[in-house]
Design a protein around this ligand. Structure first.
Ligand SMILES: NC(=O)c1ccc[n+]([C@@H]2O[C@H](COP(=O)([O-])OP(=O)(O)OC[C@H]3O[C@@H](n4cnc5c(N)ncnc54)[C@H](OP(=O)(O)O)[C@@H]3O)[C@@H](O)[C@H]2O)c1
Length: 254
């Protein structure tokens, strides 16, 4: 269902950087009351000063952190209408070299925390309606060499959202998945390997934020940024053999 942002309380995870910061700015400009969460207190405070958002510092990789964050947010505002599950972390390299602690952290942050947070906000959403957004990745729809665990976590998030959408059908709760390709944020530096390809060219974080905001306001299910990314996904689904022959182009290391 479409949501009126000027009447909404929105919880945005990963708001201290990149896509989440851009979403916070867009939501605040549209009149929403935004609860902006992340780990970096200084960046959150600056965002809060710029936008009027309420900063909530939280490490979402810890078990139970999603539930705790929802409780803290509800204690502040009494209700949450929109949740943007955006906080995420990458890891690049050969899967066999990936330390077990990094596997745990990636799956905890990228998959378990959104599931926990969703479970904690659902009773309220069932009462008054609202919207759940999941920031996935093209890696989770296509699979990418050198990012197997990241892609698996994002694919899990994707299918969690699709299942939830089916389960909540007929209730006043929208579910959107935003599927970015390459976005110009600190994500690549943080994952340990800068983005080195010439194409596809990174898009600005605000382009993703604009598409995400439109998805909430218009009640859209699936949003690719840029839009042409739906083509390789469609080819992989309909013509898997042909897709595999082009795999280096779309699923190669980035
Ligand atoms: N950039 C891309 O090309 C791209 C492409 C597809 C999908 N995505 C997805 O888009 C989302 C946003 O990424 P971005 O590109 O904006 O990257 P980013 O600039 O690195 O932002 C990541 C955000 O996640 C937060 N975060 C990281 N670890 C956390 C933890 N343990 N607990 C709580 N928050 C944590 C960070 O908070 P602190 O800075 O405060 O630690 C930051 O706000 C991610 O889910 C990512 O997978 C990105």
């Amino acid at each position: 269902m479409p949501v009126r942002l000027d009447r909404a309380v929105a919880l945005v995870t990963g708001a201290s950087s990149g896509i989440g910061a851009a979403v916070t700015r867009r939501f605040a400009a549209a009149g929403a009351q935004v609860l902006a969460t992340g780990r970096d207190e200084t960046r959150l405070a600056k965002l809060a000063a710029d936008t009027g958002a309420l900063p909530l510092v939280a490490d979402l990789a810890r078990p139970g952190a999603g539930q705790e964050l929802a409780e803290r947010a509800l204690a502040e505002t009494g209700r949450i209408d929109v949740v943007v599950n955006n906080a995420g972390l990458g890891w690049a390299g050969d899967f066999a070299q990936m330390p077990p602690a990094d596997i745990d952290e990636l799956l905890a942050l990228n998959l378990r925390a959104p599931i926990e947070l969703t479970r904690a906000v659902l009773p309220g959403l069932r009462r008054h309606g609202g919207h759940l957004v999941y920031v996935g990745s093209i890696a989770g729809r296509l699979g990418v060499a050198g990012e197997a665990v990241y892609a698996a976590g994002k694919a899990g998030l994707d299918i969690f959202a699709a299942s939830l959408r089916a389960e909540l059908a007929g209730q006043d709760i929208g579910v959107s998945v935003v599927v970015p390709g390459v976005v110009d944020t600190p994500f690549f530096a943080r994952r340990g390997r800068p983005y080195h390809r010439a194409r596809p060219r990174p898009v600005p974080a605000d382009r993703v934020a604009a598409a995400l905001t439109a998805a909430v306001v218009q009640g859209r299910c699936d949003v690719y940024v840029p839009g042409w990314l739906r083509l390789p996904v469609a080819v992989r689904g309909a013509l898997p053999g042909i897709y595999r022959s082009m795999d280096g182009r779309f699923g190669g290391r980035s």
